[in-house]
Design a protein around this ligand. Sequence first.
Ligand SMILES: [Zn+2]
Length: 165
Amino acid sequence: MPSPTLPSNPKAPERAQLERLLNTAETICNKAGFKLTELRRQVLSIIWLYGKPIGAYDIMAELEKISDREQVAPPTVYRSVEFLLQQGLIHRIHSLNAFMAKRHLLKNQVEALFICQNCGEAREVTNQVFQQAINLSANEMKFHIQGQAVEVLGQCQNCRNKGSK
Ligand SMILES: [Zn+2]
């Protein structure tokens, strides 16, 4: 299988990490009976390498830079993104209308996203207590959970430090 074209020269450690992530992602897809196609790999790589939440239009622009296709149609990108979401490989950040790669693909726990509204940086926090609290509330309401997203909005330490100078 030819290795996918990757965006703008990722640094070597990043590149190795990305390869590991893509392999894990491929295993997850295969187990579910799906294929991580070249396009899906490219979209996942773009989202991962971006390092912070990225919107669909920016994904499209990156994809056009690295692919042979002259123009990438929005539905093509949306379908790939939907697929990656369904496989649990990326987060949808509702409050920003953007997407972010998951750092821990195999952990089946709630990940809260702490999103800086100033610089757009988002940090994934895995916390078992969040999951327990959500499960407890769901049980009390006899609610069947099909998806969950915890988004906390605010200002990151960097931005707060800059602001106080
Ligand atoms: Zn910030």
